[in-house]
Structure formats: structure tokens, C-alpha cells
Design a protein around this ligand. Sequence first.
Ligand SMILES: Nc1ncnc2c1ncn2[C@@H]1O[C@H](COP(=O)(O)OP(=O)(O)OP(=O)(O)O)[C@@H](O)[C@H]1O
Length: 263
Amino acid sequence: MSGAPLLSVENLSISFGGLKVIDDVSFSLEEGGRLALIGPNGAGKTTIFNLLSGVYRQDTGHVRLGGQLIDTAPSRKRIGFGMARSFQNIRLMPHLGVVENVMLGQHSRADRPGGLLTPLSFFGRSQARAEAEALLEDMGIEVVPGQDVSTLPYGIRKKIELVRALAARPNLLLLDEPAAGLNGAETEELMAFLDRISASGVTLLVVEHDMGLVRSLCTRAVVLNFGRKIYDGPTADVQRDPLVLEAYLGPRHSDKSEASDVA
Ligand SMILES: Nc1ncnc2c1ncn2[C@@H]1O[C@H](COP(=O)(O)OP(=O)(O)OP(=O)(O)O)[C@@H](O)[C@H]1O
């Protein structure tokens, strides 16, 4: 592991209609790390993801990935640089099979110049299929040939979406509320699945409201409130931090020693 962080967010700010939605936010994430980005509704978490993935362009500040400035690169290029993202709502192609959906994730890889614009040869296609099947097997997902993803349970589709993101061979995976819509058993399974992804060397940045998942998956948390960073430290201490308590519960309650409804 090199000394430099994998992801460096430096003094990012963006305004919409005169309202500063992200205000001078900085944090870094070391290679192989697992960082939670949390905060009350409207704090700016999704906006940070949109800035990191190139959906929005910041007014000021910089984003570095592996030491390289990426903040003028379009979204697809950022995937090629090693950043992948999963969305809160599943975005699989419903009438394609599992393997075909995972193959879609291979197209923006750095080793696929031209990406979607370059049709694969027959050999390239069968190699891509074999890689997708191997990745699914590695991640413990059983594939029934000919089955459309739309027929699968929500929890499985969520995992397939993550495998599709992994097909781009990212160093950094941005997870936007991965446990949203999952029941307790599915959330447990997802945690084990994310552990496996992390063990394979992928660095995780996770927006999540489920504090149980945040605590068991991430060692460190950055907390936003009204677009500003108010905490950057161990996940174990976040629910005792006075500024965090005030952000979630209001000033009257911030003298409590701990809150269970943070995040
Ligand atoms: N494109 C946009 N135009 C105008 N305002 C925006 C835009 N995107 C985000 N915002 C505003 O920025 C603020 C932060 O929104 P954001 O979705 O990033 O918060 P969040 O922390 O992800 O919230 P939640 O937990 O509810 O998903 C909100 O006030 C939102 O209305």
C-alpha cells in the first residue's frame, strides 16, 4: 500500500440556485478502506456521490483518485480510472439474463478502449461471458440459464447489480444506500457479500442510513450536515459526538450521551 490515499476529496463546494449544497468538504480514503458517508436527509451525501462520479461538476475544489486529478473527467472515464458506483434503486436491464447484465459492466473498463462503442468480436464476446460467469461464481451467485433478472428476488438483484459494478474492475466502489429496501435477512446477506468484496481488495465508500450496517461494515465515518463536514472519525464514536447528535436530534437533545437513531 502506498502512503497516498486512494481517494482524496479536497475542499469541494457546489451551489444550486444560490444555495450552497456542498460547502468546502474534504476527506480522504486509504486503499482497501471502508468509509461511511452519513448525515441527516438533505445533508448532501448523494450530491457528493454525484460530484465524485462526474454527474455534477463542482464549483470549487478537487477530486483525486490514486493521486490523479479526475475532476474534469466525464463519468465514463472515471469508471475507466477505477471508480464504480451502485445506485439506491436497482438499475439492471430487466429483460436480460444475469450474465448479460454483468457483461454490461465490463464495457467501461480501462482495458476496453472505446467501451460500448467498440463491438466485441466473437472471441472477445465469449471471453467476456466467461469472465462474467467466473465473477458471479466467485461472488457465490448461482445462475439459471435463460432466466431474466426481473424474475429474481430483490435481494439477489441487488447483489447482481454489485457484481455488475465489480465487472468494471474498480479500485473504489461507491455504494448508495445498499441496504435500502432489503429485509433483515437480506441485509445480513448483503453485509457478508460486501465483506467479500472488501476482502477482494476493493475500497468502499458507503452512504447508508442503517447504522447497524454502517457500524459492522465501516471503521470510519464522515458525517455531513447542511453540506458541511461535521465529523470525521471512528464509526464506534459517531453516535456520541455532540455535533452529530445535534445535527440529528436538535440542540435540546444533544446533551444525551448516545443516540440510536443517528443515520
Ligand atoms: N440538482 C439539484 N438542484 C437543486 N438542488 C439540489 C440538486 N441536487 C441536490 N439538491 C439539493 O441539495 C441538498 C442535498 O441533497 P442530497 O440529495 O445530496 O442529500 P442527501 O444527504 O443525499 O439526502 P437523503 O439522505 O435524503 O438522500 C438538498 O437540499 C437537495 O434538495
